[in-house]
Write a protein that binds this ligand. Structure first.
Ligand code: SAH
Length: 346
């Protein structure tokens, strides 16, 4: 019977060092392998050229490197790139590279499918299959960094956890991935260039605050009125706005990091002055700014983007109250790569 080999990237550096000692080798060998696995993103033991042939085959016998595979890459007319990423167990997630004049942003997935049920989001139609491992999240970032260098002649500059899944429902793995991304032994990126986006899981927001994380927080708010929010994001019944608000105040008190609210204005759902006033009130609980994002249709037209007039009304109301607001256009719509469109269609 074949013994199931272990995923070598599930080991910490310490564990790798211990492994080599247990094999009668030097602990230092563990550092070398660790560097190959993370900093150099090696896909095979054979490519680890500063190890002896014997060491490489010994690793081969004991471990696997579960590297992701970019199965398909689609390019939008606006330059956006979408990767369909195949995992070692043949499940697929998507990640997106979004170029602007000055930045390249990677939008990465944290779960296969999603357990939340936001009614306007295509990913919610996919059953949540499993959480991504830290290395699977890390690999998506590396793949996009490589594409950024190849197609735009510059390294990746920002990362947003706005792909498939709810990052705070896969908290430990997302944090481990970020640790690797910011570590000099990984990609050495600044945490200030990373944003984790959540539908709002109060308990986890507090936990992040307690851990004094250094990355940014975005919350997909979409309504500051409980009944309305519950009708479009049913889990709001379990995590009502009062709890969310409290957690966000706690977040700010601990991190002093301003919160970003993502907000889509839909026709007949939240396009009234009352709804905008409720948002203003919510924004005043903790320093924050608002991104008004364009709706990307996913279906039969149950949800429709509100008129420009309604969006302007929101913008004016927020500005009059001293709240920073940006109106964001979608990117990559033609290849289903925009917010809420990731659903493994291809
Ligand atoms: N689960 C996380 C991250 C994934 S969604 C979260 O909810 O924040 C990334 C953003 O896209 C969220 O703000 C989400 O509300 C928004 N979104 C989802 N579906 C959308 C759609 N059809 N059009 C525009 N934005 C959408």
């Amino acid at each position: 019977m074949e013994i199931k080999k272990k995923d070598i990237r599930a080991l910490t550096k310490e564990q790798l060092r211990d492994f080599f000692v247990s094999q009668g080798d030097k602990a230092f060998r563990g550092n070398q392998v660790y560097e190959w696995l993370w900093q150099k993103s090696a896909h095979s033991f054979d490519s680890m050229t500063n190890l002896s042939k014997e060491t490489r085959s010994m690793l081969e016998e004991n471990f696997v490197i579960n590297h992701i595979k970019v199965d398909q890459m689609q390019r939008s007319i606006d330059g956006t790139i979408k990767n369909a990423v195949r995992l070692h167990d043949d499940l697929v997630v998507e990640s997106v590279l979004i170029p602007t004049a000055t930045r390249t942003t990677a939008c990465v997935s944290s779960q296969v499918g999603c357990s939340l049920d936001c009614r306007f989001c295509a990913t919610s139609r996919l059953k949540r299959m499993r959480n991504l491992n830290p290395d699977e999240i890390y690999d998506q970032v590396v793949a996009i960094d490589n594409e950024s260098r190849l197609y735009f002649d510059r390294p990746l500059s920002n990362i947003v956890f706005m792909g498939m899944g709810e990052p705070l429902m896969n908290y430990n793995n997302v944090l481990k991935a970020i640790e690797k991304i910011v570590s000099p032994e990984g990609l050495g990126m600044s945490p200030k260039r990373i944003v984790v986006s959540t539908s709002g899981v109060p308990k986890m927001i507090k936990k992040m605050a307690d851990e004094r994380v250094k990355f940014g927080l975005a919350v997909s708010l979409h309504s500051a009125i409980d009944d309305v929010r519950t009708s479009i994001m049913p889990f709001n019944a379990t995590f009502p706005l009062k709890d969310l608000r409290e957690a966000l105040q706690y977040w700010y008190s601990k991190t002093k990091n301003r919160i970003t609210y993502e907000y889509v204005v839909w026709k007949g759902i939240n396009d009234t002055q009352d709804a905008a006033d409720a948002l203003v009130k919510f924004c005043k609980f903790a320093p924050s700014k608002v991104n008004l994002i364009e709706y990307n249709p996913i279906d039969d037209g149950e949800f429709q983007q509100a008129s420009n007039m309604a969006v302007d009304m929101y913008k004016n109301t927020l500005e009059k109250n001293g709240i920073t607001v940006t109106v964001r256009r979608s990117r990559g719509k033609d290849i289903d790569a925009a917010c809420g469109q990731l659903a493994n269609k291809s």
